[in-house]
Design a protein around this ligand. Structure first.
Ligand SMILES: C[S@@+](CC[C@H](N)C(=O)[O-])C[C@H]1O[C@@H](n2cnc3c(N)ncnc32)[C@H](O)[C@@H]1O
Length: 223
């Protein structure tokens, strides 16, 4: 058996699965990750007063928890209804921009210490590309991964050098299996250094959702 390195990041953790905030009236909480996930990573990688970015803000979990913990939240969300619902509940409401995160460099964001997001997922046998709202000329998984890489190249440009970027993802068990965690690791790993994959076991989660994955990237600057 190979000798184990002396100091290893814990790559397997257990967290409570609880969605703490009530869902908006216009949709369920299905797209959200639990607040415990954000708390864990903010505690591990950030300090009070630091900047936290979410380029796929959704229902705002990263941003709300960042505010609760005394960090300064920034984000982008393409869906105007979600954007308005989240911004309406933030103290730093002006820091959440409604738009495509591909355009994040136009938003005038400051340099970020930390980034955490759950990007929209796509199955490899689907045509509808969520990053282009289904536009037919940008259909397919290859276009999805290419665009994700381009978006994270922009995330890298807005991050401080050495900053940590967490990407939450699940492998998809549909008609065909999609190794999304691996594929996002490879795509985004083309612009930042992939340092770890943390498996998170859910305590008290839904029966069909026992665990999830978080990829940990380091913004090395020159990727
Ligand atoms: C999985 S959800 C994020 C959920 C979030 N982590 C939470 O806990 O509420 C992904 C979000 O990305 C948004 N989105 C998809 N494509 C986008 C893009 N190109 N730019 C910005 N937001 C986008 C979707 O509208 C969706 O709200």
């Amino acid at each position: 058996m190979p000798e184990r390195p002396k100091k290893m990041d814990p790559s397997f953790i257990t967290l409570p699965y609880r969605l703490e905030r009530a869902a908006p009236r216009f949709e369920s909480n299905a797209i959200k990750y639990p607040e415990s996930l954000v708390r864990h990573f903010l505690k591990s990688f950030t300090k009070r007063g630091e900047t936290v970015f979410d380029p796929f803000a959704g229902l705002g979990t990263t941003l709300f928890v960042a505010e609760e913990m005394g960090r300064i939240p920034y984000g982008m969300e393409a869906d105007p209804q979600r954007h308005a619902w989240v911004a309406g509940q933030m103290r730093h409401w002006n820091n959440l921009v409604c738009g495509d995160s591909f355009d994040l460099l136009k938003a005038g964001f400051p340099k970020m210490d930390f980034c955490m997001a759950s990007p929209p997922f796509m199955a490899r046998d689907h045509r509808w590309n969520p990053l282009y709202a289904g536009s037919p000329d940008k259909a397919g998984y290859a276009q999805y991964l290419k665009r994700m890489k381009a978006i994270y190249r922009r995330v890298s440009a807005v991050m401080k050098r050495g900053g940590t970027v967490i990407v939450h993802a699940d492998n998809l068990h549909g008609r065909t299996y999609t190794p999304l965690v691996h594929d996002l690791g490879a795509a985004i790993g083309g612009v930042m250094r992939l340092e770890n994959e943390i498996i998170v076991a859910w305590e008290g989660g839904p029966k069909d959702y026992a665990h999830t994955h978080c990829l940990v990237f380091r913004n090395t600057g020159a990727a």
